[in-house]
Design a protein around this ligand. Sequence first.
Ligand code: HSE
Length: 436
Amino acid sequence: MLKSVKVGICGLGTVGGGTYNVLTRNKDEICARAGCEIVVSHIGERIENPNCDTTGVRMSADAFEVVKDPEVDIVVELIGGYGVAKEIVMQAIENGKHVVTANKALIAVHGNEIFAAAQEKGVNVLFEAAVAGGIPIIKAIREGLAANRIDWLAGIINGTGNFILTEMRDRGRDFEDVLKEAQELGYAEADPTFDVEGIDAAHKLVIMASLAFGIPLQFDKAYTEGISRISTQDVAYAEELGYRIKHLGITKRNPEGIEIRVHPTLIPEKRLLANVNGVMNAVLVEGNAVGPTLYYGAGAGAEPTGSAVAADVVDLARTISVDSTHRVPHLAFQSDKLTDERILPMDEVVTAYYLRLSALDRPGVLSQLAQIISDAGISIEALIQKEPLAGQDHVPVIMLTNLAQEKSVREAVKLIEALESVESEVTLIRVESLDG
Ligand code: HSE
């Protein structure tokens, strides 16, 4: 058994600092679990982190010094982005070091290349912290559910977006106002459009889809729609209909292919996912043996994310001396068993829809709308027409449809938008019952 494993951390920002503090504060507990001592021996960072006491640790301003250090067994990449971070990971692999990263963008976009290089070199790249921060969802899908054929999973996997939607619902606050607060609280990505436009969630979803279905990482095929067009009105109407609006990542296996999609979604208010609020994350996974399973916890933050990074370090410390062909595969399935199953274009997805529009308050308008919907072969589950506001001749009309194909709904929406009696664009939000 190894006596001591040396860890080099590249980047001592929020997550780097959290990881360092977890590894040092819980050293005895971690050592007892790992079966060896785990020592942070080298940190690559230019700026000191005031929350960390790094006395006695070798510090380098250049993170590549960590990667070159012959003492370091495991390189922890916590810089983020695709540039330097990718070079660090590839160099570490080249130098025969194991890697742990929290970098979802890097794994989702360059993971196939990274894992191939790691396999070639007989090292491992672990990435638990890349999806849903502190929730051990990667390990659950890759190992805990290894006996299942996974049918679908759906998750709230962006804390910033969930915080915004929760505040809009609970306090009727405006989108921009809440986003600003999320940035100040340090939840948001460096570029907050990654949070609100669903890119961050898509990175995480693509990783989970690969682990669940045994397919290579394909970020370019994910459908991504953000929450910036959701209004407080939609939140209130959804509530009236017994639903909550959540920004979901959904991946589903169906006979025509695999769906990978991130978009605002109405879900029944009684579902547990509908009650995941604030910055919390949750992922619902349906396996054919286990049934539905739900994983909930902090999706961001220094120590929750540090907890996931440190767990990967412990995993590596345990398996470092095991022959690489006997380690848990990067994407859950053996690399020669990954399939090229088709990813379903969004047009072919079948789901239910919430449509909101503003129509002239005049006889015959509702029947025109109903005719278009029925000509498209779509049936209406519920329809609400609100009172006109004082002095206005248009009224909000909200429709819930039964299951329909995205393409038919989009075509019907175009026809509705072309009606003279309809003002502005139709708001379209997908509806999922999440009942398996
Ligand atoms: N910006 C991300 C979020 C951080 O809000 O969930 C964790 O990936």
